[in-house]
Design a protein around this ligand. Structure first.
Ligand SMILES: NC(=O)c1ccc[n+]([C@@H]2O[C@H](COP(=O)([O-])OP(=O)(O)OC[C@H]3O[C@@H](n4cnc5c(N)ncnc54)[C@H](OP(=O)(O)O)[C@@H]3O)[C@@H](O)[C@H]2O)c1
Ligand SMILES: *[C@@H]1O[C@H](CO)[C@@H](O)[C@H](O)[C@H]1NC(C)=O
Length: 276
């Protein structure tokens, strides 16, 4: 568990459902909860908020666990301003009806202008005060986007998290240091480089040394940095593999084994550098 600045605890390992097809999302989430995942990360643009919530509700209705044991996140697709954000969060709450509240709502990216980013954040602050969303945060924010919030005279809550792409070849120490100093926790997305570098020969060496899979090494590496880690798999077998990162550790020297070379797997998608 990681403690957020909102006072709530968040499970350090979460299941992400980006690219989980709508028709599969309920089953994928339900299976993950049966394996032991207690943290689900969806978004308006993933088009599976409703189905993901249905998977969680099925698990609760079958008596397998309680709502309060699971942390459920969604993201506002584009921060288009106050009224827009109030409206689309309402839509997310409607789609996930039965969950009673959302644990965390993020601004998905800073890709708009300053005025709209600030107005969108004000909307999230007000929605948090109404109690339907417990924590609020951002995603893909560079330090200059966080500074904008710090300098805004209406700031009531700093983001609880900043969700950004991180892997051993993309450490982003400038952002993680800056955010952690402010009490903003780091959520690492695409920890498996979306699969692109799972066959990396250096990674294979470490995997062999620990008798673990490359995916397990990448997830463990990120957890040991102190990150909250979001990993996606449709398959029960790979969900289980990715969850088996609890009772072993990488040595300090192996944590530093990989070269930081700014490897962004979302090729054309690195909004933390956005200057607009
Ligand atoms: N905020 C943002 O802008 C943003 C951007 C990207 C991602 N995210 C979040 O982060 C989550 C994870 O990132 P991601 O989905 O981009 O990528 P990822 O978790 O790094 O990688 C997922 C890919 O790896 C495969 N995979 C999963 N486990 C595996 C294993 N053990 N061995 C081999 N292959 C494996 C998956 O295929 P199968 O499904 O077939 O197993 C899928 O193709 C997302 O679902 C989303 O919640 C957020
Ligand atoms: C969403 O907005 C409608 C119309 O204002 C309202 O009736 C409904 O209660 C809202 N839903 C939630 C979950 O707040």
């Amino acid at each position: 568990m990681v403690k957020l600045n909102s006072g709530y605890d968040i499970p350090a390992l979460g299941l992400g459902v980006y690219l989980v097809p709508q028709e599969d999302a309920a089953t994928v989430v339900y299976n993950a909860l049966k394996i032991g995942y207690r943290h689900i990360d969806t978004a308006q643009v993933y088009k599976n908020e409703h189905e993901s919530a249905q998977g969680l509700l099925k698990w609760i209705n079958e008596g397998l666990g309680k709502r309060s044991e699971v942390f459920f996140t969604t993201k506002v697709g584009s921060p288009e301003g106050y009224d827009h954000v109030v409206q689309v969060v309402n839509e997310s709450l409607e789609k996930t009806k039965g969950l009673e509240y959302l644990d965390l709502v993020l601004i998905h990216s800073p890709l708009t202008d300053k005025e709209k980013r600030i107005a969108s954040w004000k909307a999230l602050q007000d929605l948090k005060d109404k109690g339907l969303i417990r924590s609020i945060g951002v995603s893909n924010y560079g330090n200059h986007h966080i500074k904008e919030l710090e300098e805004w005279d209406g700031l009531k809550y700093l983001p609880a998290v900043n969700q950004i792409e991180i892997n051993p070849w993309l450490r982003r120490e400038d952002i993680t240091k800056y955010d952690l100093n402010l009490g903003i926790q780091i959520e690492a997305y695409s920890p498996l480089t979306r699969g692109y570098r799972l066959k990396d020969p250096e990674l294979a060496k470490i995997a062999k040394k620990y008798n673990k899979s490359p995916a397990q090494i990448l997830i463990k590496w990120s957890l040991q940095q102190g990150n909250i880690v979001l990993v996606k798999s449709n398959s029960e077998a790979r969900q289980l593999e990715n969850f088996e990162v609890q009772d072993w550790e990488l040595s300090k020297e192996d944590l530093d084994f990989f070269a930081d070379e700014y490897y962004v797997s979302h090729k054309a998608w690195d909004p933390v550098t956005y200057q607009g």
